[in-house]
Design a protein. Structure first.
Length: 57
């Protein structure tokens, strides 16, 4: 089975992150490391939602 390459559009903000935003990002990363986070694909599957792949040019 061949894997599809998915391109992600990334936008950056010019302003610095607040201490609260940094704290939330660190908490999120710890949750990912612990395996406490599900992918959007898994959540959609569990809810019976079919996701469409959007092609980015």
């Amino acid at each position: 089975m061949q894997q599809k390459k998915i391109k992600h559009k990334i936008e950056f903000e010019d302003e610095e992150l607040s201490k609260e935003e940094i704290k939330e990002i660190k908490i999120g990363l710890k949750n990912i490391e612990k395996g406490e986070v599900q992918s959007i694909e898994q959540v959609a599957k569990d809810m019976g939602i079919l996701l469409k792949e959007k092609k980015i040019r």
